[in-house]
Design a protein around this ligand. Structure first.
Ligand code: C2E
Ligand code: CA
Ligand code: CA
Length: 578
């Protein structure tokens, strides 16, 4: 198109040459892009830049570029302002010149210049025509700029301006391909995660979380060497490619240094905002061939580091095996959920004083055809990671209300069923209404007060306003809320007053210590005392021995649950007295 514009101008305007130069944003150079006649040669003889001050910049094109205005010279030999061009012009027999800036969004993107061998070639009519041609050309440049911007954006993250995952992959492939010195060096691929990103988002909002990401990005760019790459590969994950490392030992040192020097906090409105990191690392060539494999394995190493609660971990083969097992399990679990193969077992909750049954905690059980019983500790995390937990929750609610209806027919009345809600699903909006709808559809609205939802303490600590809103809806409709695993999240009881909570369940870890561990006993005593002080009931979880039970009686604990009374059993096996 640009060639075409120049060709038309030359042919129809009887000019000797016409050329277009485009400004390179980073260097400021005006680079020749298209032309007709000897325009390219002229451009080569008269290199110009946006801020250039040397002699060559003082021709008509240079002047138009520097001053951002059209420059019309109808007789070069008598124009002192463009004398610099005179020699070159002479060689081509050029006598008059017109140069027009090409403007995009008030920015000079290039220059279009017309050269004539006749003096006085650019009269008013001619200039008006050429102006139009230049405007059209600007428009064309604008399209190209947009195109390039799109291309840029498709390989960069708009927030941090870092390369994105696709470009990171490309960089890894580049770093790990080829021969020569690279073959004797190794490449480290690090996936660095901001572990408390979600907490930061919930507590301070997205804008602040974005700021954290940008600050960490800037920091990473500063400390990495030139050949290295840092990319944003996921919402809160950075991918770092460390090239040309001599040995695993060296890499280890680099990684260690990197992690040690990361900013542990940033200042936000005068407050210190703590940032937690974790990393997974894979090494080329040891751990994989191509970028995709290496990045994925670094991600597996990150997941592995999370599991063992370490700040970082290297990829090892067993992580892949474990991942395949989980993957297979995930598929089986999905089928099990869809085919209604999970079961709901019930563990009684009783009053400490009279050992009277008040309700049950519903716990999911899964018998897999290949593996037998899979413990919840194994399948619940998988369900959480895959989102299946939501289906399991709704399935539990439905199963539980039907069970309540069933029990009522058998004369077992006024007992409740407590259902575990995973932290992962409370984040999704609409969960309250969904639960209410399930109860309603089962024709069980009058059982609403017999449904309890168990929410972990750490979930409440990570609360956001939307979580509280969901909980309020449920409480309004009569459902009760228990705080599960209390004591493990280091929250204070007074903090709980902000939430529509009825009861706390002291984590079995503390009950376990009774009666010999005095610290545990003091803690249990403290929790009971304070909970009563603010009108909450207390359940002791994991009660296994009569001695433990005796201590709970003495401390005035309200309710208890544990193997001493019963394990979780199928509904037809529940007993009524304990
Ligand atoms: P949790 O909510 O703390 O559930 C109590 C766990 O303690 C259950 O383990 C229960 O069987 C066990 N337990 C009860 N009494 C005793 C005792 O006296 N001694 C000992 N050592 N353990 C006792 P379970 O069923 O293996 O479940 C483990 C966790 O999995 C649960 O911890 C809960 O967080 C989760 N979970 C189980 N079913 C579901 C479910 O349907 N949905 C969700 N979201 N989570 C579930
Ligand atoms: Ca529970
Ligand atoms: Ca618990």
């Amino acid at each position: 198109m640009f060639h075409e514009a120049c060709r038309i101008a030359v042919e129809h305007g009887f000019y000797h040459a016409a050329g277009i130069r485009r400004v390179n944003k980073t260097t400021g150079e005006a680079v020749f892009v298209a032309g007709a006649g000897p325009a390219e040669e002229i451009a080569a003889r008269m290199p110009i830049t946006l801020s250039g001050s040397d002699e060559k910049n003082h021709g008509p094109t240079g002047l138009a570029l520097r001053e951002g205005r059209q420059v019309i010279v109808n007789q070069l030999s008598t124009d002192p302002g463009t004398r610099a061009f005179l020699d070159v012009a002479g060689e081509y027999g050029i006598q008059s010149v017109a140069a027009f800036p090409l403007v995009i969004n008030n920015d000079i993107a290039g220059i279009m210049t017309f050269y004539s061998r006749d003096p006085g070639a650019f009269d008013e009519d001619e200039v008006a025509l050429l102006e139009e041609l230049a405007a059209d050309t600007s428009l064309g440049l604008n399209y190209i700029a947009k195109d390039q911007q799109l291309a840029y954006l498709s390989f960069h993250d708009a927030l941090t301006d870092l390369p994105n995952r696709a470009l990171a992959l490309d960089r890894i492939n580049q770093a790990t391909s080829g021969y020569g010195y690279r073959t004797i060096r190794i490449t480290g691929i690090v996936v660095l995660s901001i572990e408390n990103y979600r907490k930061i988002t919930n507590a301070y909002g997205t804008a602040t979380a974005d700021k954290v990401l940008r600050e960490v990005a800037t920091f990473l760019i500063q400390i990495l060497r030139d050949g290295d790459t840092v990319a944003r590969i996921d919402a809160h994950d950075f991918g770092i490619v460390l090239t040309g490392v001599f040995s695993v030992n060296d890499l280890n040192m680099v990684v260690q240094k990197l992690l040690d020097s990361l900013p542990g906090a940033i200042m936000y409105r005068g407050e210190e905002l703590v940032i937690n990191y974790r990393a997974g690392i894979s090494i080329h060539p040891r751990d994989g061939k191509d970028g995709g494999e290496l990045l994925r394995r670094a991600g597996l190493a990150l997941t592995g580091a999370r599991k063992i609660e370490q700040p970082f971990r290297y990829y090892t083969k067993d992580l892949e095996d474990q991942n395949s097992r989980e993957y297979a399990l995930e598929k089986d679990l999905r089928d099990a959920v869809n085919n209604n193969e999970l079961e709901l077992y019930y563990q009684p909750i009783i009053t400490v004083r009279d050992r009277e049954l008040v309700g049950f905690e519903a716990l999911s059980r899964w018998q897999n055809s290949r593996l037998g019983w899979v413990p919840p500790a194994e399948f619940i995390p998988i369900a959480e990671n895959t989102g299946l937990i939501e289906s399991i929750c709704y399935w539990s609610v439905e199963k539980a209300v039907r069970q309540l209806q069933h029990w009522e027919k058998d004369g077992i009345k006024d007992i409740y069923v407590a259902i575990n809600i995973s932290p992962y699903q409370l984040r999704s909006k609409g969960i309250a209404n969904r639960i209410l709808e399930i109860i309603h559809k089962a024709g069980a609205d009058r059982f609403r007060e017999q449904i309890v939802l168990e929410i972990t303490e750490s979930m409440l600590m990570e609360h956001s306003d939307s979580v509280i809103a969901e909980l309020n809806i449920l409480q309004d409709k009569g459902l009760k809320l228990f705080v599960d695993d209390f004591g493990t999240g280091y929250s204070s009881l007074s903090y709980l007053r902000r939430f529509p909570v009825d009861t706390v369940k002291i984590d079995s870890e503390f009950i376990n210590g009774l009666p010999h561990d005095h610290e545990a006993e003091a803690l249990v005593k403290g929790i009971i005392g304070m909970a009563h002080g603010i009108g909450l009931e207390v359940v002791a979880e994991g009660v296994e021995t009569e001695e433990q039970y005796a201590v709970l009686c003495e401390l005035g604990c309200d309710l208890a649950q544990g193997y001493l009374f019963s394990r979780a059993v199928p509904p037809e096996e529940v007993a009524l007295s304990y």
